[in-house]
Write a protein that binds this ligand. Structure first.
Ligand code: FMN
Length: 150
């Protein structure tokens, strides 16, 4: 059974709404064969990453980059996962008040180092998530999960 891990930092209701939309998407019709877990970025271990087939990362923009929590996740798993997770497919959603560009750049640098494979356009939301934003989150979850079934 393919395994998908959603590693997220969810400090507010807006981001909780996005996480739930992503999670809903992963359980769309036809995707029941994918085993999906969520994991708070601050407590995710290298073993959690080594034992899954794909990931979705979710973070707020903080001080022009990703959250400290997602940075901690990468600090924790980088070297233990560097060899074994080459080519891992992943998706990404970002939320900020007005600018998530720095977070996206920094995540891209680290995931390029890990040689992970971004399979969907990152979801970038500024301000309160709209219905369209949540639909995009749902589609992200569904698309990444569907990709693991191929
Ligand atoms: C310390 C701190 C730094 C932040 N830095 C940024 C930032 O650089 N860019 C941005 O767009 N939003 C920034 N934000 C806003 C957060 O991204 C936002 O609070 C988070 O996505 C949750 O959204 P909400 O507060 O609207 O619920 C920052 C928030 C905090 C607390």
């Amino acid at each position: 059974m393919p395994r998908l891990l959603i590693v997220h930092h969810t400090p507010s209701p807006a981001m909780d709404t996005m996480l739930r939309a992503v999670l809903d998407g992963t359980s769309a019709d036809g995707l029941s064969a994918v085993h999906v877990q969520t994991s708070a970025a601050l407590s995710t271990t290298a073993t959690d990453v080594l034992t899954v087939d794909g990931l979705i990362l979710g973070t707020p923009a903080n001080l022009g980059s990703m959250s400290g929590a997602l940075k901690h996740f990468f600090d924790t798993i980088y070297y233990p996962c560097l060899v074994e997770t080459v080519g891992r497919p992943f998706g990404l959603y970002l939320h900020g008040t007005n600018d998530v560009d720095g977070a996206l750049v920094d995540i891209t640098k680290i995931t390029t180092g890990l040689r992970w494979r971004l399979t969907q356009e990152p979801i970038r939301v500024s301000g309160p998530p709209t219905t369209d934003d949540l639909e995009s989150c749902w589609e992200l979850g569904a698309a990444v999960a569907a990709g693991l079934m191929r």
